[in-house]
Ligand binder design. Structure first.
Ligand SMILES: [Zn+2]
Length: 325
C-alpha cells in the first residue's frame, strides 16, 4: 500500500499519520515535542516514531511515497526550521535533509500554518477552489493562502502571517513583541484576555464570574455562550467583530472564493462565524457585492494538519507544487 507520512510539529505535541492517496489516515501516533531536550533528541524521536508508524501497519504492506511536514518557522525552500519561538531548539534544524537521509524518499517541509490549507485543497471542501484562505485559530492564529490553484509561499515561506498583522494601533501586547496583533485578540489566549477585560468592564451577571481567571478556557466560554450567558455572547461578538474587520482587508487584498475557519476556537461554530460574518459585511469595501463564503473545514479538526502533511507529498508527486512568487 502506497502511503505518505504527514507530520505536524506543534510546540506541545508532534502528530504524525499514514495518509492514503484518497485522504484516509490509516494509522497515527503522537509524541511530546516539549519533552525533547534538544533538536538532536527531537529528530531521533521523530525518526523512531515514523519507523514505528510504518511497523505498526506492517512494514511488508507499506510503500512509503514521501514525508510531508509542517513546523513553526519551517521554510519550504530550504527545508529548515530557524528561530521558532515555541520550539526550544538552538540554531537551524534541517528537517528535509535529516528525513531524506533516514528514509530516502521525497520530503516536503513547510510552515505549519499552511497544512490546513493544503489538506482542505487536496481532501476537503476546497478541492475545486483556486483562490481561498484557511485561517487556523487555536493557541495562535495562522493562515494559508491559495492563489490561482497554488499554495502561496512568499519569498521565505512566510506568507500568511495574518496573526501578526495589526487590528489596533497601540493595542494589546502580543507575544511577538508588537502591539495590536490580530492574534492577541483572536486566539485561545486572546479570547481569555477579552473575557477578563469584559468581565471588569460590564456588570452583567455571568457564570464566568465564578471561574478563577487561571481556570478559564475557550471551552468554558463557549459552553456558557451556548447556554445563553450574555457576557459569553458579548465575548464572541467582540472577537468576531475584530476577526471580520481583518478579514474584510484580506478579502480586499486577495478576492478569495472562500475563507475557511479551522482550529479549536473555530469549533465554537456559529458563536464565532455569525458575528464575524456581520463584521465583514460592516467593514467590507463596498465593491465586493458577492456574499462572502466564510466556511468551516470539511475535515476533522484533529486530523486536518496530518492530512495536510500527507497532501504535501501527493501534491508534490502530482507536480502540483508549482511555486507562486
Ligand atoms: Zn504579534
Amino acid at each position: 500500500m502506497l502511503i505518505a507520512v504527514g507530520v505536524d510539529v506543534g510546540g506541545t505535541n508532534t502528530k504524525l499519520g499514514a495518509v492514503t492517496q484518497d485522504g484516509k489516515i490509516i494509522h497515527k501516533r503522537r509524541f511530546s515535542t516539549r519533552d525533547q531536550i534538544n533538536k538532536e533528541a527531537f529528530l531521533e524521536t521523530l525518526s523512531t516514531n515514523i519507523k514505528m508508524l510504518i511497523s505498526d501497519i506492517g512494514k511488508e504492506y507499506v510503500d512509503l511515497a514521501g514525508i510531508g511536514i509542517g513546523a513553526p518557522k519551517a521554510n519550504f525552500y530550504t527545508g529548515k526550521v530557524v528561530g521558532a519561538a515555541n520550539l526550544a531548539w538552538q540554531g537551524a534544524v534541517n528537517l528535509r535533509q535529516f528525513l531524506h537521509d533516514q528514509f530516502q524518499v521525497p520530503v516536503i517541509v513547510t510552515n505549519d500554518a499552511n497544512l490546513a490549507a493544503v489538506g482542505e485543497n487536496e481532501f476537503g471542501a476546497a478541492r475545486e477552489m483556486k483562490n481561498f484562505l484557511s485561517v487556523t485559530i487555536g493557541t495562535g492564529l495562522g493562515c494559508g493562502i491559495y492563489i490561482n490553484g497554488e499554495l502561496f509561499h512568499g519569498q521565505n515561506d512566510m506568507a500568511g502571517e495574518l496573526g501578526h498583522t495589526s487590528v489596533k494601533f497601540k493595542g494589546r501586547y502580543c507575544e511577538c513583541g508588537k502591539q495590536g496583533c490580530l492574534e492577541a485578540y483572536v486566539s485561545a489566549k486572546g479570547l481569555i484576555r477579552t473575557t477578563l477585560k469584559l468581565l471588569s468592564k460590564y456588570e452583567d451577571e455571568s457564570e464566568l464570574r465564578a471561574i478563577a481567571s487561571r481556570d478559564l478556557t475557550p471551552d468554558k466560554i463557549s459552553s456558557a455562550a451556548l447556554r445563553g450567558d450574555s457576557m459569553a455572547l458579548k465575548i464572541y461578538q467582540y472577537t468576531g467583530d475584530i476577526l471580520g474587520y481583518k478579514l474584510s482587508d484580506v478579502i480586499a487584498m486577495y478576492n478569495p472564493e472562500a475563507i475557511f475557519l479551522t482550529g479549536g476556537i473555530a469549533n465554537a461554530q456559529s458563536l464565532l462565524f455569525e458575528p464575524t460574518r456581520r463584521s465583514i459585511h460592516k467593514y467590507i469595501y463596498k465593491s465586493y457585492s458577492d456574499p462572502i463564503r466564510l466556511l468551516p473545514s470539511a475535515l476533522q479538526d484533529d486530523e486536518i494538519s496530518v492530512l495536510g502533511g500527507g497532501a504535501l507529498v501527493w501534491k508534490h508527486l502530482e507536480n502540483k507544487m508549482a511555486i507562486v512568487h
